[in-house]
Design a protein around this ligand. Structure first.
Ligand code: HEM
Ligand code: SF4
Length: 564
């Protein structure tokens, strides 16, 4: 894992001192709220519905156990004892007091963390595959490139005030687990015929008001040119992006307006001057950073552990957990484990301070002291010995972190919605809660199989509803909360934006809506056909027809919020 050098330490310390003074001046009214706003946002501090929200950067989702203990400490000391992992691999605290924010940043600095560039019109957290470095289908480990990009983009003077926020993701495996198609720039590691490493470059993806999948503008970019080429893309965007209209300011709108070919032409033209300039990466530079991501001291183990196989064969609950939450590892005898943050009754992505301390201990005992966060709002122990899986499972279960539902209906992505977010049109957490409760039956969930259910409380799409197999979007109609449903969205290599099935529903109707959608799937599926494949084969029509065929009874009045 990357460790700060003396410059990193100094920069972060100076920023903490600067922010402490800015907060002091705001509290004593030397700064107006307007003047202060941009300063706090530069340190990840948002004003929410009830309190300040603090977003902490977790670069490409990597956390040490020491950092996780600090996150627990912050949850306990400055928040209400919990935190929320987001769809951008970061963590947010919802109940922060302004006067304590500088102390939070000071505490974070002691474990090499900060909140810089977690807001604002700059390059945000670089995101990646949560199984980077260990996935069985990996071409190469993308993390050194993520880290190089992080260092390059942090405080980049030219790109501190882009037309809008800017998100970059890198995927190094065959399967895309980083949702690269919905990023402003999505890089995929590829090898050419000569075995050389490079990137396929996608640009202009994004959700929100205008959901678009990125377009490939270059099939193979040699790795040495990653920074200069991205610089060229950012320059074209910085110059021509729509600063006059916030809804049209993202690079996706520019790309759409120009067309991918013309956009690519402009980037290549801009690149002529940048190519081979001093930002060209060298083998030495790559090795310097890659040294932070060398493989831990793996033991030489047999490909499969006998006691583990035995337990799997005889213990159904364990086997279920292994099937859903344990992932293949490229080193024989090891596995990657997903700790589910999706227990019924808990808002997706939420984790208590005690659980944070507990998972940090697990990381020390079972996974070389490291953890990762996933954009699906779960945590990962990436390097677990197969022989340890049974005891790890028992411990995780006792702490509510072993729900065997990864990739299933209740492994939902969900934004904070109206319970916290001042931009929300509707609540989202209670919808997730009601659906999880209705389908709180593991046999049924395992029978339904893989399905992504994503929920956002407004069109900003923080909950990725557009790319959920089932997407739920909170909408406002005459001051009351309603929910629009879409089908056919997907992440991964076949990333797609879902189609809306029709008029929206009240909160109370939502579990039944999902039930009806699932009934159509169960009726129509061919053997072993996944939900998304049935939707792709049949289109949305049969689902739509059945969902709207008869009125959905609810005990509530039309539009009344079931969870108020
Ligand atoms: C203070 C709370 C939050 C605010 C004010 C906020 C605001 C926004 C806004 C305004 C957008 C739309 C940007 C655009 O026009 O493209 C957006 C998109 C997004 N936000 Fe949030 N958000 C918040 C919390 C979250 C949380 C908790 C998550 C993760 C659970 C998240 C992840 C995202 C993602 C993934 C997108 C879509 C990105 C894209 O279009 O490329 N945000 N957010
Ligand atoms: S989708 Fe809307 S309601 Fe949900 S967190 Fe984002 S801005 Fe808030």
């Amino acid at each position: 894992m990357y460790r700060y050098d003396q410059y990193d330490h100094q920069i972060i310390q100076e920023r903490v001192a600067q922010f402490r003074d800015q907060v002091r001046r705001r509290i004593s009214d030397e700064l107006t709220e307007d003047e202060f706003r941009i300063l706090r946002l530069q340190n990840g501090l948002y004003m929410q519905r009830h309190a300040y929200m603090h977003r902490i950067a977790v670069p490409y989702g990597m956390l040490s156990s020491k950092q996780m203990h600090m996150l627990a400490h912050i949850a306990r000391k400055y928040d209400r004892g919990y935190g929320h992992f987001t769809t951008r691999q970061n963590i947010q605290y919802n109940w922060i007091k302004l006067e304590e924010a500088p102390a939070i940043l000071a505490d974070l600095a002691t474990v090499e963390m900060h909140a810089i560039q977690t807001s604002g019109n700059c390059v945000r957290n670089i995101s990646s595959d949560q199984f980077a470095g260990v996935a069985a289908d990996e071409i190469i480990d993308p993390r050194p490139y993520c880290e190089i990009l992080r260092q390059w983009s942090t405080f980049h003077p030219e790109f501190a005030y882009l037309p809008r926020k800017f998100k970059i993701a890198i995927n190094g495996a065959v399967e895309d687990r980083a949702a690269i198609g919905m990023h402003d720039i999505g890089l995929t590691v590829v090898k050419n015929d000569q075995g050389e490493i490079g990137f396929r470059v996608m640009v202009g993806g994004g959700l929100g008001r205008t959901p678009l999948i990125g377009a490939t503008i270059r099939e193979f970019l040699p790795w040495q040119h990653a920074l200069t080429y991205i610089e060229a893309i950012l320059r074209v965007y910085n110059q021509h992006g729509r600063r006059d209209n916030i809804y049209k300011a993202r690079i996706k709108i520019l790309l759409k307006a120009l067309g991918a070919e013309e956009f690519a032409r402009q980037v290549e033209a801009e690149w002529v001057d940048l190519k081979d300039s001093e930002a060209t990466l060298t083998v030495e530079e790559l090795q310097r950073v890659a040294a932070c991501f060398t493989a831990p001291a793996y033991l030489t183990l047999p490909a499969s552990d006998a006691a583990y196989e035995q337990e799997k064969a005889t213990n159904k609950a364990f086997a279920n957990w292994v099937m859903r939450n344990v992932k293949a590892h490229k080193v024989p005898g090891y596995a990657a484990v997903v700790l589910s943050l999706k227990k019924t009754g808990v808002p997706p992505g939420d984790i208590t301070a005690d659980q944070m301390d507990f998972v940090a201990d697990l990381a020390d005992r079972y996974s070389f002291g490291e953890l990762r966060s996933a954009h699906e709002q779960n945590l990962i122990l990436a390097d677990v010995r197969q022989a340890d899986l049974v005891s790890l499972w028992k411990e995780a279960k006792a702490h509510g972190l072993a729900t065997p539902n990864i990739g299933l209906l209740t492994d939902m992505i969900c934004c904070p919605g109206g319970d916290f977010c001042s931009l929300a049109n509707a609540k989202s957490i209670p919808i997730a809660g009601a659906i999880a409760e209705r389908f709180d039956n593991l046999d049924f969930l395992h029978d339904i199989g893989e399905i992504e259910l994503n929920i956002s409380g407004c069109i900003n799409a923080c909950g990725h509803h557009h790319i959920g197999n089932i997407g739920i979007l909170g909408v406002d109609k005459d001051g009351s909360e309603w929910y629009q449903v879409s089908l056919g969205g997907a992440q991964g290599n076949d990333i797609a934006v879902g189609k809306i099935i029709g008029p929206s529903f009240s909160a109370g109707q939502m579990p039944e809506v999902i039930d009806r959608i699932l009934q159509v799937y169960v009726r129509e599926r061919t053997e072993d056909e996944k939900f998304i494949d049935t939707v792709r084969r049949l289109g949305i029509a049969p689902f739509k027809e059945y969902v709207y065929a008869t009125p959905i009874k609810t005990e509530l009045q039309h539009g009344e919020d079931a969870y108020a």
